[in-house]
Design a protein around this ligand. Sequence first.
Ligand SMILES: Cc1ncc(COP(=O)(O)O)c(C=O)c1O
Length: 380
Amino acid sequence: MNFDQFRAEFPTLRDKAYLNSGSYGLLSNRVEAAFRRYLDDRLERGADWGQWVDNADAVRDGVAALLNAHPEEIAVTTSASAGINSLASALDFTGARNRVVVSNFEFPTNAQIWHAQAPRGAVVQHAPETEDGDIPLEAFEGLIDERTKLVAIAQVCYRNGSRLDVEGIVRLAHARGAMVLLDAFQAVGAMKVDVRALGVDFAVGGMLKYLLGTAGIGFLYVRRDHVQALTPTVSGWFAQADTHAMDIFANDPAPTAARFQAGTPPVPNCYAAKAGLDLIAEVGVDPIESRIRNLTGQAMDRLIQLGAKLATPRDDARRGPQVAIRSNDENALVAALAERGVITSSRDGNVRAMFHAYNNQADVDELVAGIEAHRELLAR
Ligand SMILES: Cc1ncc(COP(=O)(O)O)c(C=O)c1O
């Protein structure tokens, strides 16, 4: 599928420069039809349990292909948080390795859940940002040691679009005997997330944003050699070796990452998520990533020329699909841009312009023109 065909899938783009894909990806015709198919199937067939379970497995297969993982390493969850919670429940914090290092680039959930393990013995340490908004490898070097169980890091920061040095952090953590959880939510679908090449132990994400599916569905990747060594203490019948065993006298966890699941899969969301994953696969992650890199790079160069200060590093290797623009009143600037049909969002003093491959040159022009017209709202 070429980029014009891809763009034509999204009716919202007819009259909006939509730059908010890191909050919610746009609804495509394909995903809308998938939701309708769910309702049609319900009306026509009444019950179709087999199809529902098959759809959840199709999502598992799609996520595995996307991440370069095996389907047996993927749990289909109801959110990224659900995946992190299930993983946390399987970790033992009573021994000498009881520390979790998180970066200050984390989305709250990937720090809060680790703090929530304090009554179970976990101690959370934070890798801070430098003044110029970076978290260099040295910040982790001073924290990761023989007491570290897990390093929990976002691939791309939701507030400013910065990318952490994931490979460097993984090398460091593994050399010191710690595991790494990657929160790929602000990257997956917009750029390559190859769990094998990155070497991470675990990864989470969801289908709401760049994967173009919906809210209420996510995934957890667990590297194969960890699966059977970890037994979650949150569970349910969809976490069992045999969902249909109906054994109320034992917990018999699946030999696969399905052991990190719980109850009935998020059925309507599986229809939508599969359609979104198919769209991404048809366009291809590499072309998507390079188109986004070009569009965001152009936007950054033109905004810098206008005198805007950016919270996102200009270096392509250090950023994801977001351009974060420093503002003295980010909510006013988001509202002013929305009046012109340019849809952005705000966080932490920044206006976030979050691109997908369905955006085009005209969207960059609209953003730059909107910022130029409201220069008074830029940070000095
Ligand atoms: C980086 C990141 N992690 C986690 C989340 C939350 O995921 P969920 O609501 O599926 O738990 C978000 C945004 O919603 C996010 O941007």
